[in-house]
Design a protein around this ligand. Structure first.
Ligand SMILES: Cc1cc2nc3c(=O)[nH]c(=O)nc-3n(C[C@H](O)[C@H](O)[C@H](O)COP(=O)(O)O)c2cc1C
Length: 210
């Protein structure tokens, strides 16, 4: 598929057919995601592909339970409908044939790990100062994953909604020490063909300095 067509044609897909995703296709998609650039080439991404329907259901219920717990917070007020919508918006992965849990670890440059803390900067300050290279790198990998999947005829949904239940979801997944869950990507054959969502015009997002 032509690059411009892939970038312009990809959509967030929220409804999938029952068609399976062969593991060979998944491997090709993840291998391509791994071609993304990363800070220090640290490749701070790992992927757990959940084909198991029972586990995906458990993950969905975990998000729903978390939202129910949050709905009890006294601060919720008029945001209740918005919060409730996460039960749907944050659980589409459960109905896709594959839910890919995307894991990340902190950026480990010696300057960030040794020099800046030695100079008294906290982890949060370093994170802010450096613009969070781990998350930037992860975004590049997830976007590459979505485009690779699209190139093979699949649809994806990049999801951060489920992350309200991050800690609870992490307990359901095999995650090595030092790694954290960052997002879930739903993957499958699209059962819908959504229209493009609106985008800002180039004049709204670009400033040129001559
Ligand atoms: C970081 C990130 C998190 C997102 N989280 C969700 C989510 O939890 N649920 C969902 O339905 N869509 C989610 N989306 C999809 C966006 O709503 C979608 O990308 C946006 O509306 C533009 O539509 P498009 O992807 O079809 O161009 C997320 C997208 C990104 C990049």
């Amino acid at each position: 598929m032509e690059l411009w067509e892939a970038i312009g044609g990809r959509r967030s897909i929220r409804h999938f057919t029952e068609d399976p995703v062969p593991e060979g296709d998944l491997q090709r998609i993840i291998e391509t995601a791994g071609l993304a650039p990363s800070g220090g080439n640290q490749q701070m991404w790992r992927f757990v592909a959940v084909y198991n329907r029972e586990l995906r259901e458990k993950m969905r219920q975990t998000v729903i339970n978390k939202v129910d717990e949050m709905l009890e917070w006294p601060e919720v007020g008029e945001l209740a409908p918005r919060l409730k919508s996460i039960k749907g918006y944050g659980t589409y992965f459960a109905d896709a044939p594959v839910a890919i849990a995307v894991l990340t670890e902190p950026y480990r440059s010696p300057l960030d790990r040794v020099l800046l803390p030695a100079h008294g900067l906290s982890y949060e300050q370093i994170h802010k100062l450096r613009g969070d290279p781990a998350t930037q790198s992860l975004g590049a990998a997830i976007m590459t994953l979505c485009l690779a999947a699209y190139g093979l005829g699949y649809g994806t949904l990049w999801m951060s909604g489920p992350m309200y239940a991050k800690e609870e979801l992490e307990k359901l997944l095999p995650i090595d020490e030092g790694w954290r869950l960052a997002a879930i990507v739903a993957l499958g054959v699209p059962a819908e063909n959504p229209a493009p969502r609106p985008r800002l015009g180039v004049s709204e997002i670009l400033r040129i300095i001559h």
